[in-house]
Design a protein around this ligand. Structure first.
Ligand code: MD3
Ligand code: FE
Length: 203
């Protein structure tokens, strides 16, 4: 069911309201099932402080960060393998990243009231030719996108529940982050907050 992007921003294809409300409920249930098998945890930053965003993953690899640094790992910090990637997320990948191999990681980020994510590049994956696909669920968030160099000019965009972003080759190494979420703007998550799922090829 491929459509064209609503807008392009710094090479990122933005698909507003890509998921219907019913699909958002289905994907949320699938993400909750992952979280039951692989509970959210607070990764530590390089400086050793816990991040405000809580995370878990699905797929062959998950993203972990602890005193040993950050990396993709085949196990949750609790020692278990990661659950399978949610089927609805896989369907979005097949639709919007058709030329890429199957995703090996579905990172799930949970933002509570005061959570944010500082500007960073995603460069822990082996091959930047493959896209990253991001799916937003729940409360609105202010997403910020810069350039391939740290500290360059930035633009911001509000991401809402059901929006999907595709970071293809041109956008793959841009700096990006989440300034803040607008807590309580969506009724999808019972206790509020925002979930973001990102699909990636890791190896
Ligand atoms: C641009 N997540 O998981 S999604 C991340 O909303 C991450 O949780 C944010 O940054 C979130 O690494 C932003 C949009 C996004 C995701 C990955 C990207 C933008 C990106 C990778 C490269 C360039
Ligand atoms: Fe990122």
């Amino acid at each position: 069911m491929s459509t064209s992007p609503t807008i392009m921003i710094r090479g990122i294809a933005v698909f507003k309201a890509y998921l219907s409300p019913a699909q958002q409920v289905t994907l949320l249930e699938e993400a909750r099932a992952v979280q039951r098998q692989a509970p959210l945890f607070s990764p530590t930053t390089a400086g050793g402080k816990p991040m405000s965003v809580r995370m878990t993953s699905a797929g062959k690899y998950g993203w972990v960060s602890d005193t040993g640094g950050y990396r993709y790992d085949q196990r949750h910090p609790g020692g278990m393998a990661w659950p399978a990637i949610p089927p609805l997320a896989l369907g979005i990948w097949k639709d919007l990243a058709a030329a890429a191999p199957a995703p090996e990681c579905c990172l799930i980020n949970y933002y509570g009231k005061d959570a944010r994510m500082g500007m960073h590049q995603d460069r822990d994956e082996a091959d930047f030719r493959w896209p990253v696909v991001s799916i937003s669920l729940g409360d609105d968030a202010t997403f910020r996108v810069g350039r391939e160099e740290r500290g360059g000019p930035t633009e911001s965009l509000v991401l809402s529940s059901g929006d999907v972003l595709v970071m293809g080759e041109k956008a793959r190494l841009v700096y990006h982050g989440i300034d803040r979420i607008r807590f309580g703007t969506s009724k999808l998550l019972k206790n509020g907050g925002r979930l973001n799922l990102t699909l990636r090829v890791v190896t």
